[in-house]
Design a protein around this ligand. Structure first.
Ligand code: NAP
Length: 290
């Protein structure tokens, strides 16, 4: 079997065009969705991520505001900026690029972002609403995974999905999303302490690898015909980027698979734009009802 490739690059283009259309409609009502990106320090990877996110905003007609702060910025100074952005009506979404320098507590900063502007979907309010079955902003990477599956007609209702990884930004919210009423997957979440991981992954209709270990999922850990989603991004010593899945051999066993790069990655940025548009719509509703 040679697996169908689930093309995130293509889907991201399609969805970003849809988002641009919706953004243009909102502009007719006098609202331009705006995203504030906060970058602390000079981590080169973070600089690239922020640049790509801003470029995607521009293409979709979303305003982006960059706040670059030196690595020595104190937690109090960063909180002061977040407060200002929370109060700024031109800013609908706030993105604080992680990781932050060690002397700043990430949870304190994530918690300080207004729940109405939490377009990363990491905040406790967003996660709490999702857990309560009333989602507002879905975390971008898990939402991207969902869109890749749904828009490629991968059946999820009643399917057994095994998620490898339980981080707050990928594994945990993805499990909550997939078990929502209406999506109706049966979800198993695995982590580094899970016993007999291979038996678990081999029992899955859909396996999502989100652990950050190059080529971890091999062909013999997948049931023939399973769908495989690779969230991992790992840089090899030769500089190349690979996922958590051993792509070529697993492609011979799976029925569908996402590549790295060009799979989940482009979808993450797309869902950030989607959330920013949603946040702008939300601000309009809030304005109308006050
Ligand atoms: P993380 O916070 O390091 O979490 C990794 C998870 O994998 C943890 O829950 C860990 O278990 C589990 N794990 C580690 N080794 C394992 C093993 N041998 N067996 C089973 N589980 C194991 O990572 P993350 O932030 O979720 O990111 C995961 C990967 O996705 C990384 O490669 C990251 O670069 C990538 N990523 C990609 C995107 C994208 O846009 N495509 C976005 C975000 C992240 P414990 O909890 O027990 O430690």
């Amino acid at each position: 079997m040679t697996a169908r490739r689930l093309d995130g690059k293509q889907l991201a283009q399609t969805m970003q065009a849809e988002i641009a259309e919706e953004t243009a409609k909102l502009l007719h009502h006098g609202i331009r969705p705006g995203l504030a990106a906060v970058l602390v320090g000079d981590n080169p990877a973070s600089q690239i991520y922020v640049r790509n996110k801003r470029r995607a905003c521009d293409k979709a007609g979303i305003a982006s505001f960059l706040h670059e702060l030196p690595a020595g910025t104190s937690e109090a100074e960063l909180l002061e900026l977040i407060d200002r952005l929370n109060a700024d009506p031109a800013v609908h979404g706030i993105l604080v690029q992680l990781p932050l320098p060690k002397h700043i507590d990430e949870s304190t900063i994530v918690d300080a972002v207004s729940p109405l502007k939490d377009v990363d979907g990491f905040g406790p309010h967003s996660l709490g609403l999702l857990a309560a079955g009333r989602p507002r902003f879905l975390a971008c990477t898990p939402h991207g995974v969902l869109q890749l599956l749904v828009r490629n007609d991968i059946p999820l209702a009643g399917a057994h999905v095994v998620v490898v990884g339980r981080s707050n930004i990928v594994g945990k919210p993805l499990a909550l999303i997939l078990m929502q009423k209406g999506i109706d997957a049966t979800v198993t979440v695995c982590h580094s302490r899970s016993r007999d991981l291979t038996a678990l992954t081999r029992s899955a209709d859909v396996v999502v690898a989100a652990l950050g270990r190059a080529h971890f999922l091999r062909a013999d850990t997948i049931r023939p015909g399973a769908v495989v989603v690779d969230v991992g991004i790992n840089r090899l010593p030769d500089g190349s980027l690979v996922g958590d899945v051993d792509f070529e051999p697993v492609s011979e066993v799976a029925s569908a698979i996402t590549p790295v790069p060009g799979g989940v990655g482009p979808m993450t940025i797309t869902m950030l734009l989607y959330n920013t548009l949603q946040a702008a719509r939300l601000s309009r509703k809030t304005r109308q009802s006050s």
